[in-house]
Design a protein around this ligand. Sequence first.
Ligand code: PMP
Ligand code: GLN
Length: 382
Amino acid sequence: MSGPGRRPQTTIFTTMSALALRHGAVNLGQGFPDESGPAYVIEAAAAAMRDGHNQYPPVAGIPELRQAIAAHQRHWYGLAPDPDEGVTVTAGATEALTAAILAFVGPGDEVIALEPSYDSYKAAVAMAGGTLVPVRLEAPAGGAGHWRLDKDRLAAAVTERTKVLLVNSPHNPTGTVLDRGELAAIAAVAIAHDLIAVTDEVYEHLVFDGREHVPLATLPGMWDRTVTVGSAGKTFSVTGWKIGWATGPAELVARVKDVKQWLSFASGTPFQYGIAAALASGDGFYRDYAAGYQERRDLMVAGLKGIGFDVHEPEGTYFVTASAAPFGYADGLAFCLELPERCGVVAIPNQVFYLDQAPRPEVRFAFCKRLDVIEEGLRRLG
Ligand code: PMP
Ligand code: GLN
């Protein structure tokens, strides 16, 4: 972060997307789809603009969207946030996560997060004056097996300064979908130490091979202590609209809303109408969405394996983690900085998602691209 005495830092996504533009590279780095969301969603936002919905919405979001978010949580998970008190619309999941951390974390407090972890977590915890304590997910070397949470390591990370467990499933960048055993271990720690859980579920509808996404808030004893964060950007392929949300019990969501009002006050009114329409999509939309991504995942995984990468096949998300070790690279950052010029492809080095930033051979490829774009990326890599 920038600030007095600090050198401004650019996020890895900005850096790598700029490299993609400079080299005309296939951008498999920053996670944004290369196609817009459904036409009826775009039309609903455009109609809202034409109908004059162009001024500030309420801080918590327009009632139509809050009701649609509450209905979504009920329909998919049997959760029942109050549409008025238990839902706050935010400027993307990023603002929901940052507002939650600023609400619950003070100077000297600790936040336990799965590592690797999405880059905004560390910045948000630093803004709150807290410390991020990573708990590493580990996978067997050589690409076999998934990245999994070690329950003992999680339990050992708790101190008397721990305030928040920050969970992300489906997980960026590994593609792990936490299973019920892992979630139960997280819940047990949260309950034993009276912690608040903040769960980042932006890839909730992107799970493959018949797996289920289980919100942490559905586990016994967790509803009252969990803020669940979602985003329309991924599910409806509108990452530029920046509409996300925090849901949960009224007391916790009120604290998130209190902070949100000083960050952005409110988020894009016409886009909120668009997402209210999007959330009214039938189950078939969500099924087709996951199936379409599973096809792309399979193409990407098979292609990367064929080229010689060690690939950890993702269980969810639109990212795949692959190791460049078979090509003699121990440093994924060096690999990713060379890749645009050498091959015309951009990827993200996983080491940026670690606190120590130490060199690691794993890199992340995004497959939220058209099949022909993925094929072209693979051809160039080959
Ligand atoms: N969390 C995770 C795990 C993400 O991958 C992203 C963005 N790709 C976000 C949060 C941010 O979501 P938004 O764009 O809605 O702010
Ligand atoms: N979340 C996206 C990713 O992981 C990027 C979002 C951003 O550019 N900040 O690629």
